[in-house]
Each structure stands twice: as structure tokens, then as C-alpha cells.
Design a protein around this ligand. Structure first.
Ligand code: FAD
Ligand code: THG
Length: 824
């Protein structure tokens, strides 16, 4: 334990794994003054035989995730500044992704937008310009390319060596040929690491064991959801066509090249013998590897992470390589191997401290590309309690129970390998395993022709084909092919019915936590920003902040009894966060799976619900943001009067066993009022018109409440709460950037989210979420913009597939600012 008298800088850290992640983390921790850092590896240093030891080191920074792009950008800067024997550890040769299909060429336009959103330099090139960068390209097969001059090649082993040397100068120890065989623990904390050379005491243990993560996790009793897979990498014989252009000491010259339509990437290897081409392929069948049976370093033919090259698997990739670079036809594969590294169910790394074993950290499933950025974030997490960058997409706590089974991890991991270079629509679900989680209403939803997409393992209706007749004759603008995917004009009809009559929404996937016990009120008061000391029956919208005032989540808290609260939350990380902080006299429990919820919303919601109960559901008797227990027909329900879609109505909760009965009861009662079932697509449109934020997309820990337009939920006068001190002196007036409501000028234009926003032609921000506002007749987009631009009336442009769409900053909310529809 880190005793109270010990200097925090003397915390004893053991990092398992001296690959690029372990070495980078030792560097970052010692840079922050931590001086008791030990790095262990079972293999010899500096190339102990993990994935890093033979990584070709291509770094393409642009990623749909802002977080991942920032990790990569930091890695480029960090490795570029590292010196290994007088040579840098990063070559900024640039990156070139080429398109040979129309779909890819369109996607590269979208990618150029992402790059602009996250601040990566890049430009689209015509085939001729591509060929100038890569003379061997068959220009006739190429439609165009995306060139990113700051991407390049990381020299992973030299980067390990340089960071090791620097960390050692600051006091860190690196011990090769030390195999970890156990994790010691006491009272829910790590106390040490068992190795074949004895026990090393530790206050923190970080598993940076790459694809061996599940093995180390098993020693600690912590599930590590990743799947090791082999990936083919081959090198050609020296190519005379490439010779001469390079200085051999530079190792490489031309941009790294991606041919994603054929799941291929290329780099040059320059040495005294000439220039060879390295070819990596994701085109082959998934080849999973059991990390528990990987041979030890001395027993492995080459290295534990390097399996024999299976030539037959590479044959189609060789043909595709020759088709793209015809000069290869005269050459051959000289060398190859099947190299192993990690894939996760969602393609993102697994970072953070286990809640059940404190002091046990994971930094797994990280590419060389993101290594230094991840190391910085984990080091900040360990030393300051939070990373500066929002890491919710990488957080170990993001997985649902149903997403941690070995079967799920295996299926999704393999699928992520297959899809790694695919053109992926942001709404595109994975095919398997589905359906996994269904609400009790699922059979009725199927009867109504629900179109399901998946989130958190849940099947969620996006619209219902049964409503198709309502969409007939609607005058809707034509959509482009991309924005028309996973969308239907039926959603517009569902939105209209919600505004005009009443609709049923399946809110079952909305996370529900129960917080109970004598200390429950004090606990929630301390954890959240708003005043919760209200009578039972009150519902409050409130925020979870971290110590720096960053938004961890937004919640609704219903006080159902003096010491019982129902919390409407966002991700599994909310449960994790509350459990971490809960004192002994408070119980926190996730009740989502055993319960269900229907939102009944629209001007006729009261007409639908009132006849089903003897309780008075009038505005006077059952006000806005109030809760009560009642019966609707045979079904006991908890009713919360609130609405994320901005209409009169209730969220109606009951236990899962009664779910179908609740649905049927409401459905029957709804007939007289023209009620329909409506899906997420309409839901998202309605909530954006109303200006309601979605945590994770619109705001994260990188934002404080006043910037995000959520200052109204912060009540410093109620007493102390986590993050309060950090908000002191901050207000809407002091905010330098703001979450801003935009509407697109052209009523036919649509954007989907993450597009760059320009003000006066200069990059100014990015779209967080967007949807067509069917009531306002325009696309609504929320965006982060500098405060100076966040003034209603300001003209901006949103880039969509290379086109600059005119948009205007609007006064928010666009719909019902007087709350006439809700408070009635
Ligand atoms: P590793 O480098 O695997 O390090 C983990 C270490 O933990 C190992 O050295 C291992 O010996 C040690 N260890 C495990 N168990 C124990 C134990 N019980 N006791 C002690 N030590 C233990 N990434 C890119 O960004 N760009 C690319 O172009 C790229 N190309 C790739 C091509 C191939 C063929 C492969 C295989 C991977 C590629 N990657 C690429 C992925 C990248 O190499 C890995 O994601 C990255 O190197 C992982 O680094 P790491 O430090 O997490 O893991
Ligand atoms: N329902 C319930 N809990 C939830 C959500 C929900 N928790 C997570 C997430 N969704 C929270 N998001 C919101 C956002 C806005 C509102 C409710 C939940 C909302 N806001 C009103 C407003 O801003 O005008 C009320 C604010 C107030 O009166 O304080 O209704 O969908 N159960």
C-alpha cells in the first residue's frame, strides 16, 4: 500500500512487458518524477520477442476516433524527438492511401474530413500525383489518393531502446529474462509480482503484455477481452526499380502506402543490399492464436510472436500487389512470417485500472501507432487520477457483462480483423453474435417489422416497417447513398407522429442503476453536481464530474424513497465509477437487465396513460420531473415524467417478466389515439431539435459543464461535490469554446457527425452529433466551436465528402424553447 507517509513519487510500479507500450510507459512515468519503476520481460532486451520486435511500424494517424488520432499524433511527436544512437525513431515519410473503387474514393474524401476535424494535415491527390509519390503504381487502376505528409514509419525497437535508456537515467530498472508467474494481492489491492527470480513488491502493476494480456489477466483474476490473431507480413527480394533513390542510412524513403480495397499495405526497407518492399496483408482468413499456449522465447522457432509464413494464404495478396505495382511481377517474396498481435471486440485498446483489483492496470491491444499517446494517458491516469484526453472508448470499464465472454471476444475480435480496412458506416453493426440482448418487447417489435441496429449488445429498433404507410407522400429531400444507409423515410413519419399524437419508445437499453442505503443521498450529493436533497418523488438532471471538472456522464436521479434512488445513466463506466467511490453503507446495483422501460411521448400521452390508472396523472398532481409508483392495468410501474424527445409523457419502468404485458397494455390503450411504436432514428432527431446532449458524442471529460451548455445542472451552493473546486471561476462567459447548435442552410443537406467545421474558411471545430430535424425541416448539427464563433447568425461551413455545406449558428433549442409542450 502507498502509506500516507510515503512520497507519491516513490510508488513502486512494476510494468509487465518491455514492448513499445511498456517502454513508453516507463518513460512517461519517470518523466513525471516517479522513480521506482521496474519493467520486466520474459524475453531478452531490447527485442524480447513480442509484437514490437518485428513491427514494420507504419503510422497512419487519421482514425474515426478523435482520441486515437490524438494518441497517434502524440506518438509521432514523441518518437520523432527520440534519439537512438544519433538517429530519430520516426521517419516522417508521409502516408498515401489509394482508392481503386468508387466507394473507397468517396471514403477517402470522408477521411480527409476526419483528418481536418482532428488536426492532421492531408490532401486528396489525383492518380498522376499518386504516381509521382509512388512511381511503381499502375496509374490506370487508381482513382485517387489521400496524402498525409506527417504520417510515417516508427522504428519500434530503437524507440524502445531510447526510452529505456532515458527511463534508466531517471532511475527505472529494466529486467529481461524475468517471467511473471503470479500477481500477489491483499485486501483487493496488488502487492507484488511473482517472477522466476523471486517476488517484486509493487503498489501498481501494469500489464503491458501485448497479446499475452489474457494470460497476465488470469494471474490477477481480471478478464482481458482481447484476441491474438496472426497477420501476414512479407518482404520482396531487392527491387532494382526502387534502387538509387534512397540513402541507406535512412532505411526508407517513399511514403507508406495503403491499398485498402485489397487489405494491403506497403513500405520500403532500405539497406546496403538495396530496396525491398514490405507487404502486409489483412486479406487472409482470421488465424486466432491461443495466448496460453504460445511457446516461451527459447522454445520459439524465431520469436514467440512470429509464426511460420503460410504461403498459400498470401497468394491472392501477392497477385493484388503485382496488379497495383506491376514491377513486382519480376520479383518474388524473399521472406515472410505470420506475426501475432491483439484484436478487441470494438477495435479499441483496453486501458485502465481494474476496479476489483486496485493497483492492477491494463495497457493492452495498442498499436505502435498509438503507443506513446496511450503511455502518456495511462501515466497521467496513474499519477493525476485522470488522463487529459478523453479515454472512454478505450476504458476497460466500457464492456458490458455480455461482451466479456470468450465466445464474444473471439467472434468480434476475428470480425475486427476482417473489417480492419473496410469502408465502415458509423451506424454499421457487426453481423455476429446477434441477437444477443433483447428487450421483453422484442417479439412485438419483430411483428412490427423493426429494423434493428445494435448498441451495448442490445437490439435497438431504428424504425418500424409497419409505419411505412405513414411515410407515403411525405415530401422529404433525396438523400445521398451514404446518409441513406441505416436510415428510412419512415423515421420522419415516426418523428411527426411523436410531435402530433403519441409514440412508444423502447428505452430498455437506457442504463438503470439503483443506489440504496442510509448513506445514499450523501453519496450521490458528493458524486454529482445538482441538488438532490429533495422529497421522495423528485427527479433531477445532474452531472458526474471528475476531479478536474470534466464531464464523466449526465444522469437523471429519481428519489423513490428516502434512501432509494433510481439513476438513469449512460455507459457501464458509470456503474464502475460509482462502485469505486461508494462507501460501505451504500449499495450500487445495475438493474438494467432485470427491468425494462417504455417512453410514452407526445401531446396525447396523458390521454393514453390516464385511463389505465386510478392515480391522477394531471400536470397538477404529477408534475414535470416527478416520479411515482402506480399500476397500469395489471402492471406495477415506476413512472418518471420526463422526456428526452421533448414532448409530454413518461418513462414507464417495470420488471422484465411484465414487460410484454406492459407493451400490450399501452398498445391497446394507444389504438384510440393513433399511437405507434417509434425507433432510435426518430428519437435522435427529436432530441437534437430539443437540444438535449448525448454524453460521449457531444461532451466528455474533456469538457466542463459551462462549455457544454450544462451549467444549469451545477449547484455549487448545495455543498461540496467531486469537481466543484475545479469549476470555480468558470462560467458560460469565461468559456473559450462552446457546444453550438448549427442548422444547415440547404434543407436537403445532411451531415452525420465528426465533420470539420470552418469559419471564414479556416478550421474551427467539428460536428459532435447530427440528424435531420423533421420538425424544423433542416439538418441539425451540434459542434464544438470557439466562443467567438458560437454566436447565433454566424455563417460557417461543414465539410461533407469534400463539399462545403453552408450552415448557420442557431439560437438553441430549436424546438419549444418555452417548454410549452412538456410542462402542461
Ligand atoms: P509486445 O511488443 O508484444 O510486448 C509485450 C511483452 O510482454 C512481450 O515482449 C512479452 O515477452 C512480454 N510478456 C508477456 N508475458 C510475459 C510474462 N508472463 N512475463 C514477462 N513478460 C511477459 N502496429 C502499428 O502501429 N503499425 C504497423 O505497421 C504494425 N504492423 C504490424 C505487423 C505485424 C506483422 C504485427 C505482428 C504487428 C503489427 N503492428 C503494427 C502491431 C504492433 O506491433 C503491436 O500492436 C505492438 O507492438 C504491441 O506492443 P506491446 O508493447 O503492447 O506488446
Ligand atoms: N432518461 C433517463 N435517464 C437518462 C436519460 C434519459 N440518463 C442518461 C441520459 N438520458 C441523460 N440525458 C438527459 C438529457 C436531458 C434531459 C434528461 C436526460 C432533460 N433535460 C431537461 C432540460 O434540459 O430542459 C430538464 C432539465 C432540468 O429540468 O433540470 O430532460 O433519457 N431516465
Amino acid at each position: 500500500m502507498t502509506g500516507p507517509l510515503r512520497d507519491p513519487l516513490d510508488a513502486r510500479v512494476v510494468i509487465i512487458g518491455a514492448g513499445i507500450v511498456g517502454c513508453s510507459l516507463a518513460d512517461e512515468l519517470t518523466a513525471r518524477g516517479w522513480r521506482q519503476v521496474t519493467v520486466l520481460d520474459q524475453g531478452p532486451l531490447p527485442a524480447p520477442g513480442g509484437s514490437t520486435s518485428h513491427a514494420p511500424g507504419l503510422v497512419f494517424q487519421t482514425n474515426p476516433s478523435k482520441t486515437m488520432t490524438e494518441f497517434a499524433a502524440y506518438t509521432v511527436r514523441r518518437l520523432g524527438s527520440l534519439d537512438d544512437g544519433g538517429r530519430p525513431c520516426f521517419h516522417p515519410v508521409g502516408g498515401l492511401e489509394i482508392a481503386t473503387t468508387e466507394a473507397r474514393w468517396a471514403d477517402l474524401h470522408r477521411k480527409a474530413g476526419l483528418a481536418a476535424s482532428w488536426g492532421v494535415r492531408g490532401g486528396l491527390l489525383d492518380p498522376h500525383q499518386c504516381r509521382k509519390l509512388w512511381p511503381l503504381l499502375d496509374e490506370s487502376t487508381v482513382l485517387g489518393g489521400f496524402h498525409t505528409p506527417d504520417d510515417g514509419l516508427a522504428r519500434a525497437v530503437p524507440a524502445c531502446r531510447a526510452q529505456t535508456a532515458r527511463a534508466e537515467r531517471r532511475g527505472a530498472r529494466f529486467l529481461g529474462r524475468h517471467t511473471v508467474t503470479g500477481i500477489e494481492r491483499a485486501h483487493g489491492r496488488v502487492t507484488g509480482v511473482v517472477t522466476d527470480h523471486g517476488v517484486i513488491p509493487a503498489d501498481h502493476v501494469v500489464s503491458a503484455a501485448g497479446f499475452w494480456g489474457p494470460v497476465i489477466g488470469a494471474l490477477a483474476g481480471v478478464e482481458v477481452p482481447l484476441l491474438p490473431l496472426a497477420h501476414q507480413y512479407a518482404t520482396t527480394a531487392p527491387l532494382p526499380e526502387l534502387a538509387g533513390a534512397h540513402d541507406p542510412s535512412e532505411e526508407t524513403g517513399r511514403p507508406i502506402l495503403r491499398h485498402q480495397d485489397r487489405d494491403l499495405y506497403f513500405r520500403e526497407h532500405v539497406d546496403a543490399a538495396g530496396v525491398r518492399l514490405g507487404i502486409g496483408s489483412y486479406a487472409h482468413r482470421p488465424m486466432p492464436v491461443d495466448p496460453f499456449t504460445v511457446p516461451a522465447y527459447d522454445d520459439a522457432p524465431v520469436m514467440p510472436s512470429s509464426l511460420p509464413f503460410t504461403e498459400a494464404d498470401f497468394a491472392p495478396s501477392w497477385r493484388d500487389s503485382v496488379a497495383l505495382l506491376p514491377a513486382l511481377g519480376a520479383s518474388r517474396i524473399a521472406d515472410g512470417f505470420n506475426g501475432v498481435f491483439s484484436f478487441t471486440p470494438d477495435g479499441m485498446p483496453v486501458l485502465g485500472e481494474s476496479r476489483t483489483l486496485r493497483g492492477f492496470w491494463l495497457a493492452e491491444a495498442v498499436w505502435v501507432t498509438h503507443s506513446a499517446g496511450v503511455a502518456k494517458a495511462v501515466a497521467e491516469w496513474m499519477t493525476d487520477g485522470r488522463p487529459a484526453t478523453d479515454v472512454h472508448e478505450c476504458d476497460l470499464a466500457r464492456f458490458e457483462d455480455a461482451q466479456r465472454s470468450p465466445a464474444y471476444v473471439a467472434e468480434r475480435g476475428a470480425q475486427n480483423f476482417v473489417e480492419v480496412y473496410d469502408v465502415l458506416h458509423p451506424l454499421q453493426p457487426m453481423a455476429q453474435p446477434r441477437p444477443l440482448r433483447t428487450s421483453p418487447f422484442y417479439p412485438r417489435q419483430q411483428e412490427l417489422g423493426a429494423f434493428f441496429l445494435e448498441a451495448g449488445g442490445w437490439e435497438r429498433p431504428h424504425w418500424y416497417e409497419a409505419n411505412a404507410p405513414l411515410a407515403v407522400g411525405l415530401d422529404l429531400p433525396e438523400r445521398d447513398a451514404w446518409s441513406a444507409r441505416y436510415w428510412s423515410p419512415i423515421a420522419a413519419a415516426e418523428a411527426a407522429v411523436t410531435r402530433e399524437r403519441v409514440a412508444l419508445y423502447d428505452m430498455t437499453p437506457l442504463r438503470r442503476l439503483e443506489v440504496t442505503g442510509p448513506g445514499a443521498l450523501d453519496f450521490l450529493q458528493r458524486m454529482t453536481t445538482n441538488q438532490l436533497a429533495k422529497k421522495p418523488g423528485a427527479v433531477t438532471y445532474t452531472l458526474l464530474l471528475d476531479a478536474a471538472g470534466g464531464i464523466r456522464s449526465d444522469l437523471t436521479v429519481a428519489r423513490l424513497a428516502a434512501d432509494r434512488f433510481q439513476v438513469g445513466a449512460n455507459s457501464p463506466a458509470d456503474l464502475d465509477w460509482l462502485l469505486r467511490h461508494a462507501p460501505a453503507d451504500v449499495g450500487v446495483r445495475d438493474i438494467t437487465s432485470g427491468t425494462c422501460c417504455i417512453g410514452v411521448w407526445g401531446p396525447l400521452a396523458r390521454d393514453l396513460v390516464q385511463p389505465l390508472t386510478r392515480d391522477d396523472f394531471s400536470h397538477r398532481a404529477f408534475g414535470y420531473f416527478k416520479a411515482r409508483r402506480t399500476h397500469l392495468g395489471h402492471v406495477p410501474v415506476t413512472a418518471l415524467r420526463l422526456s428526452y424527445v421533448g414532448e409530454l409523457g413518461w418513462e414507464l419502468y417495470t420488471t422484465a417478466d411484465l414487460g410484454l404485458r406492459l407493451w400490450d397494455t399501452l398498445w391497446e390503450a394507444g389504438r384510440a389515439h393513433g399511437a405507434i411504436a417509434a425507433g432510435r432514428s426518430a428519437f435522435n432527431s427529436l432530441r437534437l431539435e430539443k437540444g438535449y446532449r448525448a454524453w460521449g458524442a457531444d461532451m466528455t471529460t474533456e469538457h466542463h459543464p459551462h462549455e457544454a451548455g450544462l451549467g444549469f445542472a451545477v449547484h455549487p451552493a448545495k455543498g461540496d461535490f467531486l469537481g466543484r473546486a475545479a469549476l470555480e471561476g468558470l462560467s458560460e462567459e469565461t468559456a473559450t469554446r462552446k457546444l453550438t447548435c448549427l442548422t444547415l442552410d440547404d434543407p436537403a443537406a445532411v451531415v452525420l457527425g465528426k465533420e470539420p467545421v470552418r469559419v471564414g474558411g479556416a478550421p474551427a471545430g467539428y460536428v459532435t452529433s447530427a440528424a435531420y430535424g423533421h420538425t424544423v425541416g433542416r439538418c441539425v448539427a451540434y459542434a464544438w466551436l470557439p466562443a467567438a464563433a458560437a454566436v447565433p447568425g454566424t455563417a460557417v461551413h461543414i465539410e461533407y465528402f469534400g463539399r462545403q455545406l453552408a450552415a448557420t449558428v442557431a439560437q438553441e433549442p430549436l424546438f419549444d424553447p418555452q417548454m410549452m409542450r412538456i410542462r402542461c
